[in-house]
Write a protein of this length. Structure first.
Length: 527
């Protein structure tokens, strides 16, 4: 069977520079799923970049409605083929068909496309700023080159490189996209790209606004993110892969936004556990094992006092881990990564309390795993004890004092989320007041009395955080219009004739609803 075609330059055609091929695997059985996918070489990369650059120049002169109409039509196309898309994603990832794929992730995917389209239409995202006295005006606008999107393995729809949140943000900001599929779900990405391409052909966007490569070797990936024609890159995945791409892009001075690693610490202060031990253990266990722990917001680090309440909570949590069955993993690399993470943590002083072993048999499964370590041991060797263990693995740090809880917080790396549970009677307020300022600098999203799994698609959402959770603490990959800002450049105009200005910076408000800063005041009025 010939490999599936790639989408380059506005057409589906065989890869011309092929470095090999691969199959998707059924994670439930480990068997190959029929269908060859090409590993593209430098020639395909160069051709996609050239076509993307031409598309970027064309898109710079188009009104925002072109991108908005495309995204809306794409969303309708996905809705018309939901069963087919969900069935393919289920086969390639093992994620539950319903509710996970059909009732949660697919609706989120089309919601993101529509929210991005609405922001493109309304235009306030571009932060138009006008100084009438100095006759200087500025706005955010397209990058002038294509955006490369590397999607992750755990969200085959909502984070898909050719339909997910980064894709929608890049298109809505006026940029073409070169999507790099994840090798664990290439068929799902192909289906989405077919729907997107059909919508593109009916739109006023250039035909090369959406391109798809299935896989690249490391050197060709580095060449893509560092190429003179690339506008920016987004990557969601492993820390080694993300940091290697970031190093290549940084060396070339090219923007790259990476989401790579997070243990999402949960602090259970003493007052929170009084009378709620069993309930909180069940709540936290559900978050730790949701989706077999294959969430970037999975609580991988739990911090509590090593007192009677803390020990009772840990025993309840360990019992739940012991009694639970393993979840379905996305693939072999996830299982192997879990084994490596447990080995590293136990070598650093952690002890197994439950699980810790792969499940023999067909497919890829692993025991839900809980480890423990003393506060002293954690502080002696914090780096290997807070590495992300992608999967249902959590480490409990048992601190001997409030001061040690604060010290553990101070030793944390950057994370996507951080949660603090406290008593409702004010018992923990003093400790919270000391802990919160420390944790605030370590996380993108701070939660109170709530598990971190679950990322609501709202303009206020922050799905980002300090390094190494992401490569830059100032951005989010979820929530529009904020997610669009990553894929924009600041365009300034000094004493430019009125008729030559972009519509957003002319005296008349182009939509009547768009917010602009005029002479220091946010307003919807005309100049």
């Amino acid at each position: 069977m010939s490999p599936f075609p790639v989408l380059i330059g506005g057409e589906w055609r065989p890869a011309r520079d092929v470095r090999g091929s691969f199959h998707a695997l059924d994670p439930a059985t480990g068997a190959e799923i029929p269908g060859d996918y090409p590993v593209s070489g430098r020639g395909d990369v160069e051709e996609a970049l050239g076509a993307g650059n031409a598309a970027a120049l064309e898109m710079a002169g188009l009104p925002p409605e072109c991108a908005a109409e495309f995204l809306e039509d794409y969303a309708r196309g996905i809705e018309n083929r939901t069963q087919e898309i969900a069935a393919m994603a289920n086969r390639e990832t093992g994620l539950v068909l319903d509710p996970r794929l059909l009732s949660v992730e697919l609706p989120r995917t089309v919601l993101q496309l529509r929210q991005a389209a609405a922001c493109a239409r309304e235009r306030s995202w571009c932060r138009a700023t006008i100084d009438t006295k100095a006759d200087i005006r500025s706005k955010l606008g397209p990058l002038g080159g294509p955006v490369a999107v590397f999607g992750p393995n755990n969200f085959p729809l909502a984070y898909n490189s050719v339909a997910g949140t980064d894709f929608a943000a890049a298109i809505a900001a006026g940029n073409p996209v070169i999507a790099k599929a994840h090798p664990l779900h290439p068929g799902t990405t192909r289906l989405l790209a077919e729907i997107g391409h059909d919508a593109l052909l009916k739109s006023c966007l250039p035909r090369s606004a959406v391109q798809l490569l299935y896989h690249l070797g490391p050197d060709d990936g580095f060449a893509l993110v560092s190429h003179p024609l690339i506008g920016a890159t987004s990557f969601t995945g492993s820390r080694p892969g993300g940091l290697a791409l970031k190093a290549a892009a940084d060396k070339a001075g090219k923007p790259i936004y990476v989401e790579t690693s997070s243990v999402n610490p949960v602090f259970l202060l003493p007052g929170a556990l009084r009378g709620r031990t069993a309930a909180l253990a069940a709540e936290l266990f559900g978050s730790c094992t949701l989706g077999a722990g294959q969430f970037c917001t999975q609580p991988g680090l739990i911090v509590l006092r090593d007192d009677d309440s803390g020990r009772a909570f840990f025993d309840s949590l360990a019992s739940l881990f012991h009694a639970s069955g393993p979840g379905q993993l996305l693939g072999k690399t996830v299982r192997d990564g879990m084994e490596a993470a447990i080995e590293a943590m136990t070598a650093a002083g952690a002890e197994l309390a439950a699980g810790g072993h792969r499940i023999d048999g067909p497919g890829f499964r692993f025991e839900n795993t809980l480890l423990r370590v003393s506060g002293d041991r954690f502080l002696d060797n914090p780096e290997p004890l807070q590495q992300e263990a992608f999967g249902a693995i959590s480490l409990c740090v048992r601190a001997d004092s409030e001061e040690q809880i604060l010290a553990v917080a101070g030793a944390l790396e950057g994370n996507l989320t951080g949660s603090i549970y406290t008593g409702m009677d004010g018992f923990d307020d003093g400790l919270y007041a000391r802990l919160e300022p420390i944790l605030r600098t370590k996380v993108g999203r701070l939660l109170n009395d709530k598990v971190p799994t679950g990322v609501t698609v709202t303009p206020a959402m922050v799905h980002g955080g300090p390094y190494p959770a992401t490569g830059h603490p100032g951005f989010t990959s979820v929530g529009y219009p904020a997610a669009m800002v990553r894929f924009a450049a600041l365009h300034g105009y000094d004493h430019v004739r009125p008729e030559r200005l972009p519509a957003e910076l002319q005296d008349k408000n182009p939509t009547g609803a768009m917010w602009r800063m005029i002479d220091g005041e946010w307003t919807r009025r005309d100049v």
